[in-house]
Ligand binder design. Structure first.
Ligand code: OGA
Ligand code: NI
Length: 351
């Protein structure tokens, strides 16, 4: 089949009929995954057990948070309180969603990055030059009642399962925010109080098998623009994190979530914690599903480093200006992952 002759909107609907990736998915040589150079064995990121967070060992666990957030920006959590059943049902309904016939799926298709519920492909087809081997359903999910009526009504259990999952993950996030706030030496509700009315988005990422995974990405290297991300992934590897000059594979561990610091947490921590570069690669024999929850400020929330972390005399001046999350988010989508992050645009001074 001719590589580019397709009128398909979604990569899911071309993946199984091609034996080469179409030319619009081929990355320039300088910007390919170089899969043979990825660190795939050994220890990757810290694992924090939340079981003792509310007990006498809280200080120790908070210390683990401080270490994980400042040295890695990425960690896994276990005993996180989201029921196994909730997770399993979420993953199953996501798989069922993407297995529906094309005509059912494309009902939700939109390239408008401002839509609060939409199915799309790649990252931002409106602004990028090379496409990515990913389809995704993006949903706003807090407050749920503002958005649930827009969500897909097929599979029939989609809304119920997804709202159950989103609610459960939200309460986990609130626990994490308290721990992270404390780990910065702040009052435990300090981070949460800077987020305005709060926002929560989810993506259901679907990466079909790819005939030439060395030539393209599921998602190229990027930093998440939101506050923190809680990622659920199926049993297929694909996530990689940039650490000490190398890409490191983060293999799925059952019953854990992966948490990463996003740009807003970097700002709120005044650079103590860093939003870390990560990417998703694809493979030739298995589809992969990942479900990130992007927790964020509400659009009107004013974000900036808190006074408690600013001390001019002691050499910690404010690194960032204050801005609304809406301003930041718009810049993020416009830039099409062209540069690693847009944090530099919001610095007090560019040195
Ligand atoms: C993302 C992301 C990683 C993955 O959606 O922002 O980084 O493993 N996903 O799908
Ligand atoms: Ni990401």
């Amino acid at each position: 089949m001719a590589a580019s002759a397709t009128s398909k909107l979604l990569v899911s609907d071309i993946a199984s009929s091609v034996d080469h990736v179409p030319s619009n998915y081929v990355r320039p040589i300088s910007d390919r995954p170089n899969l043979s150079e990825v660190e795939t064995s050994g220890e990757s990121i810290p694992l924090i057990d939340l079981r003792e967070l509310d007990g006498p060992n809280r200080a120790d666990i908070i210390h683990q948070f401080a270490h994980a957030c400042s040295s890695y920006g990425f960690f896994q959590i276990k005993n996180h309180g989201v029921p196994e059943k909730t997770i399993e049902r979420m993953m199953t309904v996501a798989r069922e969603f993407f297995r529906q016939p094309e005509n059912e799926r494309v009902k939700h298709y939109s390239t408008d990055t401002k839509k609060t519920t939409r199915l799309s492909t790649s990252f931002n087809v409106g602004s990028e030059k090379v496409s990515n081997w990913r389809d995704f359903l993006r949903l706003h999910c807090f407050p749920i009642e503002d958005f649930i009526d827009e969500w897909p009504s097929n599979p029939v259990s989609f809304r119920e399962i997804t709202s159950d999952y989103a609610t459960s993950v939200r309460s986990l996030v609130l626990t994490l925010l308290e721990a992270i706030s404390e780990s910065l030496g702040l009052e435990k509700d300090r981070v949460s109080n800077t987020l305005g009315k709060h926002g929560q988005h989810m993506a259901l990422n679907y990466y079909p098998p790819c005939p030439q995974p060395d030539l393209t990405f599921g998602l190229p290297g990027h930093k998440d623009p939101n506050l923190i991300t809680v990622l659920l992934q199926d049993e297929v590897s694909g996530l990689q994190v940039f650490k000490d000059g190398k890409w490191v594979a983060v293999h799925p561990v059952p019953n854990t979530f992966i948490v990463n610091i996003g740009d807003q947490m970097q700002v709120i921590s005044n650079d103590k914690y860093k939003s870390v570069l990560h990417r998703a690669v694809v493979n030739s024999d298995k589809e992969r599903i990942s479900i990130p929850t992007f927790y964020c400020p509400s659009a009107d929330a004013v974000i900036g480093p808190p006074q408690e972390l600013i001390n001019e005399e002691e050499g910690s001046p404010a690194v960032y200006k204050s801005f609304t999350y809406a301003e930041y988010y718009e810049k993020f989508w416009d830039r099409a992952l062209a540069t690693e992050s847009c944090l530099d645009l919001f610095k007090v001074s560019k040195i």
